[in-house]
Design a protein around this ligand. Sequence first.
Ligand code: ADP
Ligand code: MG
Length: 230
Amino acid sequence: MAAPILALQNARITFGGGDLFSDISLGVEPGMRIALMGRNGSGKSTLLKAIAGSIELDGGERFVQAGTRISYLQQQPELIPGRTVREQVATGLPKSMTEEGQETGYLAAQVLDGLGIEGDRQLQTLSGGEARRVSLAEALVSNPDVLLLDEPTNHLDITTILWLEEELKSFRGALLIISHDRQFLANLTNRLFWMDRGRLRTHGKGFSAFEAWSEDILAREEVEAKKLDK
Ligand SMILES: Nc1ncnc2c1ncn2[C@@H]1O[C@H](COP(=O)(O)OP(=O)(O)O)[C@@H](O)[C@H]1O
Ligand SMILES: [Mg+2]
C-alpha cells in the first residue's frame, strides 16, 4: 500500500446540536479514483470540504503530505463578476508560479482551448453551463495531485460531460468524485467511500460494485438487528 498523500484521522464535524459525522478516518493515495457515495444530506459535500481543508474539523486531524497540490471544485462554484474567463482560470494556478512572475497565461489558454470558451469574455456574460466549465478549468489548470469534485456534471450538456470524462481519464492525480451520474462514476472510479449514517465505509472497487456491496452490508445489518431483537 502506498503512503497516503492526504488523510483524515478520527475526523468530526458538528453542526448546531449534533455530530454530522465523527470518527472518520481515510487516506487518499496517489492515483486512487474514488466515488464518494451517500444519500442526500448524509454529509458528502461537508466531508469533501473537510478533505479540501476549506472547513475546519471539530475533532480529529487532517494530514497533507508537503508539496501536495489539492484542487477542489465546490458544488456551487463562486465566480466573481468583473473578471475575464482567463483571469478566473489563472486563479487556479499555484501561488508559487504566479508570484515568481512566470508566464502562466499559456497554461490557462491551453485549458481554455479544450473548453471552447473565449478567454476575453466577462464572467457575468456566461451561461450557467459555461460558468461551470470555467470552474472546471480553474480546478484543472494547476494539474493537481488531488482533485476533489462535487457534482461536476450538474448543468453540463452531454458534449461537455463527455469532454470532462476524457479529461479525467487521462488525469494522473488522485480523484474524489461526488456525482449522481452513474455512467460517469462507473467509467472513472476504482474505489468506493460510502457515507452512511455518520460513518464512512470503504471498498477497494469502483462504482460498478456499489449496489451489490452496499445492499449486502444493509442485509447483514438487518439480520444482526433481528438476532438482537430475539
Ligand atoms: N454550514 C452548515 N451549517 C449547518 N448545517 C449544515 C451546514 N452545511 C451542511 N449542513 C447540514 O449538514 C447535512 C449534510 O449536508 P451535506 O454535507 O451538504 O450533505 P450531502 O452533500 O451528502 O447532501 C445537511 O443536513 C445540511 O443541512
Ligand atoms: Mg452535496
